[in-house]
Every structure is written in C-alpha cells, then in structure tokens.
Design a binder for this molecule. Structure first.
Ligand code: BTN
Length: 240
C-alpha cells in the first residue's frame, strides 16, 4: 500500500482528486492538518487540531463505473463502527454514512467522490475524518452539529496512524467480496447499527424535505420512506 504523508493540505480529497493520475489503486493520502476540510452537501469538516485523523483513499477498482461503488461509503461506515466497537463504544450509522456514538454524537464523517473522464472512471476518492482527540472547548467550535471525539468517549489517546492501520486492515479484509456481492453483503451489519429504521424522520433531499416512516433499506442501500401519500426510495439526502 502506498501511503503519502502530508504536513498540511487544504483537503486530502482535493489533493487526491488533483493527483488522481499520479497515484495507483489503494493509495492513502494522510495529513496532519487540513485548512479547508470538506464534508457532504458542501459542508465544512472542521480540523479539531493535532491528533485527529484526516485521510483519503484512492481506489481504482475498474475503468468503468459500477453501481456498487456508490455503496463504498456505507461499507466504510460499517468498518468504522466495528473499530469503534473494539473500544466498547456504541457506534451507530445515520444513513447514509455518518458514524454516531449512541446515535447522537458524530465522531466520523465520510465524503466519497468519483473522478470521471468521459465514461472512464479515473478513480474513487474515499475521504474520511475521525475525531480522535479534542477538548470540549474545541468541539463547541463545530457549528450546528453535536460532535464528539474518541478521547472524550473513552479517555484514550489513539494515534491517527494506529487508527488508520486498523481501518485499512478491516476495510481491505472483505473489500473484494463486497465489490462482487454489493450492498447486500453488508446489509445485516449495516442495519443492526442503524439509528433511523422504524422511526418517523425528515430527510433533506436537495431543496425539498421528505417526511415519513423508515420501513427498510433496499438491497442497494437506499432508504424506503413511507408516508400517508407515497412510498419513496431515497438514494441521496440528509436525515434532519
Ligand atoms: C461529512 O461528514 O459530511 C463528511 C466529512 C469528510 C471529512 C474528510 S476529512 C478527510 C477528507 N478530506 C476532506 O476534505 N474531507 C474528508
């Protein structure tokens, strides 16, 4: 595995995307500091200071895009939960891929982007931030979100490189099989860690808010939302 270590960069996802042709499959870009970390839906990913994990994994599984690649974030969220469970934490997934402690406090976020050139997939950039080390004061600088960090939840200081090693070992342990089988390979693992099934929720979908009861997930990882008027199958959105 090729690991590129940076002292500081704007965003490891931006770095990976702009160097996509320079690096091969399974290259990791890790940085000690991010000045412009990015999240889903144009949000920011705030750098909580030294000791936190920011990395992007470049994947080049094939030259053509396959629908299973859209589920890589869900696969990664299960991997992250399993690692956090090793610290006796109750890690849950908020659809599609936020990792929350007790379903309430966000500890990790995933931003997956694809680089296409015409119909050719140049690479997938799986960017992950994990709050490993923060003070309560630093956490209060994160706007609009209830966030936490591993040291606050466990009293332990885990080094970013150690957490990354666990992630890579677990991620690649079943990666090939997951790509062959698809979301159904992780569906049970994913569902048992969810914090949204059998609940009434509202989901921001682009400029619209959809409300309903979450019955199930499809075999492709989409959310089935039912209300008195309709049954919706959502592939994107943000649970409010
Ligand atoms: C989210 O919660 O919306 C996703 C956050 C993803 C943050 C990580 S940190 C490493 C990588 N580089 C970025 O700019 N973003 C991702």
């Amino acid at each position: 595995m090729n690991i590129i270590k940076l002292e500081e960069t704007e965003s490891t996802n931006l770095y990976a995307k702009s160097h996509i042709n320079d690096f091969g499959d399974r290259t990791v870009i890790i940085t000690k500091a991010q000045t412009g970390g990015r999240g889903r839906l144009n949000r920011k990913w705030i750098d909580l200071g030294d000791g936190n994990l920011f990395f992007s994994l470049i994947l080049k599984p094939s030259a053509a895009f396959k629908s299973v690649y859209s589920n890589i974030t869900q696969y990664a969220s299960v991997v992250l939960c399993k690692i956090l469970e090793n610290y006796s934490l109750n890690a849950k997934i908020k659809w599609p891929n936020d990792v929350m402690i007790d379903g309430e406090r966000k500890i990790s976020g995933i931003l997956c982007e694809t680089v296409m050139e015409g119909k050719e997939l140049k690479g997938i950039v799986l960017g992950i931030g994990v709050n490993l080390f923060a003070s309560i004061e630093n956490l209060s600088n994160v706007p609009d979100r209830v966030v936490t960090a591993l040291n606050i939840e466990t009293g332990l200081k885990i080094e970013p490189q150690d957490f990354l090693n666990s992630f890579l070992e677990n991620f690649f342990g079943n990666y090939e099989e997951f790509l062959c089988v698809g979301f159904s390979y992780i569906k049970n693992d994913y569902i048992k860690r969810n914090c949204f099934l059998d609940k009434d929720i509202s989901v921001q979908v682009l400029n619209d808010v959809k409300t309903g009861y979450v019955k199930n997930l499809t075999e492709d990882g989409a959310l089935i939302l039912e209300n008195s008027k309709e049954e919706l199958v959502l592939t994107i959105g943000d649970i409010l």
